[in-house]
Ligand binder design. Structure first.
Ligand SMILES: Cc1ncc(COP(=O)(O)O)c(C=O)c1O
Length: 395
């Protein structure tokens, strides 16, 4: 069977053609442990002569299918699934670094990733530094002799910056570091970082990969040897997925190309509408020529994603009124699912930051992050339009 097409892989990769009891779909192996027929089989397993499942924290057949599918979608040799994106990120970084090493975080990164670095890695004698905005010169100046990992989200959140992956890989090669890309925002539909020479890809599968706002999961994808090391560390840190969650993710992955294709198209339409609206001061969307990284996005991304951030030409209060006047997008933290979600970043994702920190991070009170779902674009645009009218009456 040819699995060259992306959707064909999303549906079939990693799955045996003949499944237990002639089932079409992959069963949920809802078990914590696995039985051995007797001591001879157990001893053969101990000696590495038998490849099979032994205990839930070391793997599960439903989970294994998702891992094989994700590896096929990202173009990696192997993948390991986690209970959440943060479990994937923390376990991945802990697998790669030791005391005395340096990790460089490039451009914006998820605030919990940042806290993991500043609150935990620092206590373990690992240096972490943050280059607040990517630039080729900035990265060159920020790497050190002991840099082991260059970590970047592509695109970033919420400003949708698109660091140049080729440049990051080149700099990393120069100092013997690995590039780890948090590709949550892009998904393998829009970007496959391993093709650019990245060492590992991490995902919050909670977002687009699951796609239905009904599960938490994470993943690390890359070469077999490094992924095996990450899996070993996962076994003692314990951030393993639940079999039922793994099944939900498997089901979500089958429609990934359809969903993300639609979200790419709708978000571009919404971004264009917003850019033309007099009550919108600025739109951040890498598909628009006005985005500072538009040229990089065109070179790296097959699609520009389903998240659009924008600043309203008004106060924080007017922005809150706009959010509350929306009928379709729900006020909730997350992105990437079939339901459109919206947040006023200063009071949601960044509410724990001081006004000064928010200023430095470029998060004004009027910044809105909209995650476009799979609703009809004309309904979403009409809803945004009426909410703008209600937030700015008499305009
Ligand atoms: C880019 C990015 N990476 C990682 C995470 C963490 O993922 P999870 O919530 O699945 O732990 C998030 C969560 O919002 C995210 O936005």
């Amino acid at each position: 069977m040819s699995l060259s097409g992306f959707s064909t892989r999303a549906v079939h990769a990693g799955e045996k053609r003949d499944k237990p009891e002639h089932s079409l779909t992959v069963p949920i192996f809802q078990t914590a442990t696995y039985c051995f027929s007797g001591m001879p089989e157990r001893l053969a397993y101990n000696a590495g002569e038998v490849d099979r499942f032994a205990y839930g924290r070391y793997g599960n057949p439903t989970q294994a299918v998702v891992e094989a599918k994700l590896a096929a979608l990202e173009g990696g040799e192997a993948a390991v699934l986690f209970s959440s994106g943060m479990a994937a990120i923390s376990t991945c970084l802990l697998s790669l670094i030791s005391q005395g090493d340096h990790v460089l975080f490039v451009d914006e990164c998820y605030w919990q990733t940042r806290l993991f670095a500043t609150q935990l890695l620092s206590r373990m004698g690992v240096e972490a530094s943050f280059l607040s905005r990517w630039s080729p010169e900035g990265v060159e100046a920020a790497v050190r002799e002991n840099t082991r990992v260059i970590f970047a989200e592509v695109p970033t959140n919420p400003h949708l910056n698109v660091p140049d992956l080729g440049q990051l890989v080149e700099v990393a090669q120069g100092c013997g570091a690995k590039v780890v890309v948090d590709s949550t925002m892009a998904t393998p539909i829009n970007l496959r970082p391993l093709e650019f020479g990245a060492g590992l890809v991490v995902h919050s599968a909670t977002k687009y990969l699951g796609g239905h706002n009904d599960l938490l999961a994470g993943a690390v994808v890359g070469d077999a040897q490094t992924v095996a090391r990450v899996r070993e560390v996962q076994a003692y840190l314990g951030g393993v997925p639940d079999p039922h969650g793994a099944y939900l993710l498997l089901r979500g992955l089958k429609t990934l190309a359809l969903r993300v294709g639609r979200q790419n198209a709708t978000a571009l339409e919404v971004a264009r509408f917003l850019e033309g609206h007099p009550r919108v001061r600025r739109v951040y969307y890498p598909g628009l020529p006005s985005h500072p990284h538009h040229h990089l996005a065109r070179g790296q991304l097959a699609g520009f994603g389903g998240v659009v951030s924008f600043e309203l030409a008004g106060t924080g209060e007017q922005t809150s009124r706009f959010i509350d006047a929306l009928n379709i997008p729900r006020l909730a933290s997350s992105f990437g699912g079939v339901e459109s979600l919206v947040e006023q970043s200063a009071y949601t994702s960044f509410y724990k930051f001081s006004p000064q920190e928010r200023k430095e991070l470029g998060i004004p009170d009027c910044l809105v992050r909209l995650s476009v779902g799979i609703e009809d674009p004309e309904d979403l645009i009409a809803d945004i339009k009426q909410a703008l009218d209600r937030a700015f009456p008499g305009f």
